[in-house]
Design a binder for this molecule. Structure first.
Ligand code: NAD
Length: 280
């Protein structure tokens, strides 16, 4: 039997409906999310439009600011400082990739942690270790949400996260650890990846290498969450998991596109409502 598809578009739609109801409790008080981008990257433009559409649906005003190419780090940080001081701005989002010469960590750290809707300020990152993530990193929260949506019992489950980046792999590992699953983190230094992936009840892959994981690396019935986004020479978007060989083996599988991505956007909006003071 093929894996049950974890339809991120549907899950995100359900989340947005819940968010819209929660947002309505604030009445006519505006909730504003400001997106800051340097230059105009065509790939990012699609992503920003999707974010704007989703924000509108939930009742969040998303203001998009494009700073000129050549903007210096100090100028970007100064702009963020202005946004930090604007009381009607609930959330600040800095679009990536940032041009060379701008340190993403310095920029993220300049955002008021209460407005850091991407959940990447060191204060929010640190809070997840204490199980107090008011604003958790969006992609990690999305992966967690999709896993919980299966209804699987995470306690004691063998969980393998492939990828140990600050924004994706590490926070996912920590969030899943809080459910008392037994978490192994694999990365570029891992000697024999297959030995780990084959014993995973839950496998989360966040690497950025198309087809890194094949069906013969999967434990039958496993829940496989593919975070990777890779663009082929033909422009097609694929994940890190080979869908054709994995689907007959896995129990649950996220498609790419249409898996983790849309849920990540919904999590950004959830964080924005939280930043606006709504308990959701
Ligand atoms: P990154 O480049 O910062 O980290 C890559 C990780 O993969 C590192 O931990 C590295 O050690 C590991 N790695 C590299 N080669 C490996 C190998 N052969 N075997 C095992 N591990 C290996 O990337 P990132 O920012 O964490 O993003 C990972 C992927 O997730 C990318 O494709 C990115 O586009 C995607 N992404 C998706 C979303 C979403 O919303 N769906 C959000 C963020 C990132």
């Amino acid at each position: 039997m093929p894996a049950q598809l974890l339809d991120g578009k549907k899950v995100a739609q359900q989340l947005r409906e819940r968010l819209r109801e929660a947002r309505a409790t604030l009445g006519s008080r505006p909730v504003r999310l400001v997106s800051v981008e340097i230059g105009q990257n065509p790939a990012a433009a699609v992503y920003v439009r999707n974010q704007q559409r989703a924000a509108l649906e939930v009742g969040i005003d998303m203001e998009v600011t494009n700073l000129p190419l050549g903007t210096k780090e100090s100028e970007l940080v100064a702009r963020i400082g202005e946004l930090n001081r604007r009381p009607e701005v609930a959330g600040i989002l800095v679009q990536r990739p940032l041009p060379p010469g701008i340190d993403p960590r310095a920029v993220q750290s300049a955002i008021d942690p209460h407005k850091d809707v991407e959940g990447m300020h060191p204060a929010n990152m640190g809070a997840i270790l204490y199980r107090e993530p008011l604003l958790p990193p969006c992609t990690a929260a999305a992966a967690q949400h999709l896993i919980l949506a299966t209804g699987l019992d995470l306690r004691g489950a063998e969980t393998v996260v492939v990828g140990h980046s600050e924004i994706v792999g590490k926070p996912i590992a920590v969030l899943l650890l809080h459910h008392l699953s037994t978490v192994t983190v694999c990365h570029i230094g891992t000697r024999k990846l297959v030995d780990h992936t084959r014993r995973a009840d839950i496998l989360v892959v966040a690497v950025g290498k198309a087809g890194l994981i094949h069906g013969d690396m999967i434990k039958p019935g496993a829940c496989v969450i593919d975070v990777g986004i890779n663009q082929g020479a033909d422009g097609r978007i694929t994940g890190d998991v080979d869908f054709a060989s994995t689907s007959p083996v896995a129990g649950y599988l996220t498609p790419v596109p249409g898996g983790v991505g849309p849920v990540t956007v919904a999590m950004l909006l959830r964080n924005t409502l939280r930043a606006a003071g709504i308990a959701i």
